[in-house]
Design a protein around this ligand. Structure first.
Ligand SMILES: CC(C)(COP(=O)(O)OP(=O)(O)OC[C@H]1O[C@@H](n2cnc3c(N)ncnc32)[C@H](O)[C@@H]1OP(=O)(O)O)[C@@H](O)C(=O)NCCC(=O)NCCS
Length: 192
């Protein structure tokens, strides 16, 4: 089994390609556009985003913000996955506070959120998503973070809930239809 830095283990080489998990940089500037396209392809249906321009606008505050952690997965130097983590955005803090309070938790002021994660469909099931979550956690620790939150999907193949559970995240609350497609959305947290 190929081993990755930070102890993440990938299950199998993807078509014998070389898998790399890279933190906070991209290999070439055009890779950011690949991330925007992956975001668009992955989330355009459930969130109803009509054009790639809107996906670009939605991602740009995160991609341009130095406080954001970016984890990029490459196979043979091609972007196959990305994960963004950041301090909890102001616009979402109330939702996370409500979810945390359901389990008697208070949000730590350095609390972060894994805000977005996606792997290209044909590369899924190879441990890439799990490796990116592990990397996001290990990259967050030096920043004094004690809680990492996420809002994940649950119920169908390709949903992110299992990869968070396997990394020790705990369920806070479940919200029906948050993404407009009837999928269950679950607020989760990992305490470091
Ligand atoms: C969630 C997601 C990032 C996981 O990425 P991934 O690289 O497939 O993740 P992993 O391979 O680490 O784990 C996926 C799990 O599903 C299983 N799986 C098997 N075949 C699969 C397939 N074809 N597709 C998806 N999952 C599969 C895996 O085996 C694994 O479970 P296991 O560890 O018990 O074996 C990816 O499915 C995705 O992009 N989903 C759509 C976007 C999304 O839901 N994002 C989260 C909301 S922000």
């Amino acid at each position: 089994m190929p081993k990755q830095k930070h102890g993440a283990t990938l299950k199998a080489p993807v078509n014998s390609g070389k898998i790399e998990i890279v933190s906070n940089r991209v290999k070439t500037p055009g890779d950011l556009e690949q991330i925007v396209e992956l975001d668009f392809k992955t989330f355009s249906v459930p969130s109803g985003l009509p054009t790639i321009e809107i996906a670009r606008k939605a991602l740009s505050p995160w991609l341009d913000n130095p406080g954001t952690g970016l984890v990029t997965a490459y196979v043979d130097d091609h972007v196959v996955g990305y994960c963004l983590h950041c301090i909890i955005p102001f616009s979402e803090i109330k939702d996370y506070e409500q979810a945390a309070s359901a389990k008697g938790l208070k949000i730590d002021k350095r609390g972060r959120v894994i805000d977005s994660i996606a792997v290209q469909k044909r590369y899924r099931g190879n441990g890439i998503g799990t490796s990116m979550v592990k990397r996001a956690i290990s990259d967050s620790k030096p920043q004094g973070t004690r809680q990492i939150y996420a809002l994940c999907w649950k119920g169908a193949q390709g949903d992110s809930y299992p990869i968070f559970m396997k990394q020790g995240f705990k369920e806070l609350t479940t919200v029906q239809g948050k993404f407009g497609d009837g999928a269950l959305a679950v607020y989760v947290v990992k305490q470091l």
